[in-house]
Write a new protein. Structure first.
Ligand code: GLP
Length: 249
């Protein structure tokens, strides 16, 4: 197995969360105004909890961090428990003491969804681009909700979720019937434009897709494989996800 990506294999999910928190804390300390694209999903939750713990202990101040939402379902009421904005807020924004005015949402309730997507991209541009993208890996290789096949230049847009994503998201909400079918996602162009990327991957169910991401062909069928072409990427996996691939150097 050869990969150009910088890969770190943690012994456990707990260690993955510590190493991930180290990287995000370092980015915040290096630039208190850092612009961060923030994933939901289960994998980064331990990292976020560890960051919140450190911040509560006075390790750093996140009040100037700028947050950009990665993805959102369409068709939900603002207070719906399934809102990914709500999840981003509960897990990252509020525990880190980041003011809401520092958060750029995807706006799935906008009358003009295309205009909302362009406004989101413009907000990233006017922030000077993304400094850091914290991403999880979809079981079908998606990043955000850039479902395969996805072009590397795919913009921020509305997408139909694939059956794989509906099934994997069912674990969050208690069944596939309650998973919305349509979503809005930060584009591949936005994600791949981040100056630094941290992809967190945990669990044996991600083994195949992780191997295709780091060591397979760069292909629209595995949108995460485009990270092989991005500039400063850390793939942070636990041993269960890394499986039998050779230990990275
Ligand atoms: C979800 C989300 C992604 C998330 C990924 C992995 O469908 N759209 O933003 O990063 O899949 O989720 P998890 O970490 O729960 O495996």
């Amino acid at each position: 197995m050869t990969t150009k990506l910088r890969c770190i294999v943690a012994d456990s999910y707990g260690e993955l969360s510590q190493i991930g928190a180290d990287a995000v804390e370092a980015a915040i300390k290096a630039d208190p105004n850092v612009s961060v694209l923030v994933a939901t999903g289960n994998t980064p939750m331990g990292l976020y909890q560890e960051l919140a713990r450190r911040r509560a202990n006075g390790a750093f101040d996140a009040s100037h961090v700028r947050v950009f939402q990665l993805d959102e379902y369409l068709g939900l009421e603002p207070e719906d428990r399934r809102s990914l904005f709500g999840w981003t807020r509960r897990s990252f924004v509020d525990p880190l003491g980041i003011p809401l005015e520092n958060v750029t949402r995807l706006a799935p309730d906008a009358g003009d969804l295309e205009a909302a997507c362009r406004a989101y991209d413009a907000a990233i541009k006017s922030a000077g681009g993304l400094d850091l993208a914290i991403l999880g890996l979809g079981p079908n290789g998606h990043l955000g909700f850039n479902e395969p096949p996805a072009d590397a230049h795919a913009p921020t847009r509305v997408v139909d979720l694939t059956i794989e994503s509906i099934e994997s998201n069912a674990q969050y909400w208690g069944g596939r019937d309650v998973v919305p079918r349509v979503a809005m996602t930060a584009g591949m162009d936005v994600i791949l434009g981040a100056r630094q990327t941290l992809l967190v991957v945990s669990g044996s169910h991600k083994r195949d897709v992780l191997e295709r991401t780091v060591a397979g062909a760069v292909t629209p069928d595995v949108p995460a494989s485009y990270l092989q072409l991005a500039s400063d990427v850390i793939v942070l996996a636990d041993r269960d996800a890394w499986g039998a691939m050779p230990q990275p150097r």
